[in-house]
Design a protein around this ligand. Structure first.
Ligand code: NCD
Length: 315
């Protein structure tokens, strides 16, 4: 029996048994939902989820909304809290959260540009028994994305132990890469290759964590060094909206295209959190190693599993 989860704030809170349990939950929920899309609607009737998004989102917001609705919950929220909430009038995040907590909301899913914002929201929510899910906090973390990334790796490769994972792109601003690195450190024999130009490389905090957990890693600015040895290729876009004006000219020189496919192992898999911009050619889409659209689908079931873990029935 697993303890009920209070909040989902960062990847480090998930140990291996919890991850394995979540993956089982997601699979059971997927099977029930595929058989009958209405089958789960009696699970949490009357419970309310609030989507509070201060940054743009397509997959995360809509899959949370649908995950909640398929489980019978009611959903309220705003898709652009920067423009359509009282933040425009200068209201603090703490005040907004405190008010929402008085309306009978059970779970708040928050995306915000400020690192640590989900954790700030959770401190307010603790007084009211309301749960917070971090749907991305600036350059901090995006734990629910990394959970669905890991679930995809497990489903496609049938294991995580022993894999070599190449994580490439804008790793200094990309929160999904950071959250994934924390999760991978829960497994044994995993090796990580971080592929990025020096000024976009992964943060020292992640490298310190990996060293402390005995996870071998390589930093490289050459994708040709990583692609031939990787079992998993995790590609990400340049986070243009997070670059300082002084970094305006920065580019990720890493285009994954038909040519890159010839360098890769025949049984490797290619993941991308999406959206893609110019680092992943659509020439790759038809290759059997490209799994990023299935990866996005998995988000629905992982998010259902997380809501189930928070709301109470952990079976
Ligand atoms: C990611 C994010 O918001 O960090 N998007 C997502 O949720 N799939 C990745 C990105 O925007 O590059």
């Amino acid at each position: 029996m697993h303890k009920i989860m209070k909040h989902v704030l960062q990847s480090q809170q998930f140990d291996r048994p919890r991850l394995e349990h979540l993956f089982e939950q997601a699979t059971v929920l997927r099977q029930a939902w595929q058989k009958d899309k209405k089958a789960l609607r009696n699970l949490f009737p009357g419970e309310v989820l609030c989507n509070l998004f201060y940054e743009v989102s397509t997959r995360t917001r809509i899959s949370f909304e649908l995950a909640a609705k398929y489980l019978g919950m009611d959903v309220v929220g705003t898709e652009d809290a920067r423009t359509f909430s009282s933040a425009v009038k200068g209201e603090t995040l703490e005040d907004t959260i405190r008010v929402l907590c008085g309306y009978g909301i059970r779970v708040i899913v928050i995306r915000h540009s400020g690192e640590g914002s989900a954790s700030r929201a959770s401190s307010v929510c603790d007084q009211f028994g309301v749960s917070v899910i971090n749907a991305g906090d600036g350059c901090g973390q995006h734990p629910t994305q990394s959970l669905l990334d890991l679930y995809t790796i497990q489903n496609e490769k049938q294991r995580i132990d022993g894999l070599t994972v190449a994580i490439g792109g804008d790793l200094s601003h990309g929160r999904t890469a950071r959250s994934l690195a924390y999760l991978l450190s829960r497994f044994s024999g995993v090796k990580i290759m971080f592929v990025a130009p020096q000024d976009l490389q992964i943060g020292e905090d992640i490298l310190t964590h990996l060293t402390e957990h005995g996870v071998p890693f390589v930093l490289t600015d050459k994708m040709d060094e990583a692609l031939p040895v990787a079992d998993v290729v995790y590609w990400t876009r340049l986070q243009k909206e997070r670059l300082q004006a002084s970094e305006g000219g920065v580019k990720t020189p890493y285009l994954l295209d038909r040519g890159s496919l010839t360098l890769m192992k025949s049984d490797a898999i290619i993941l991308h959190p999406l959206p893609r911009t110019d680092e992943l050619s659509n020439e790759v889409d038809d290759d059997p190693r490209a799994v990023y659209f299935r990866q996005a689908e998995n988000g629905l079931f992982i998010r259902m599993g997380l809501l189930q873990s928070i709301l109470g029935t952990t079976s």
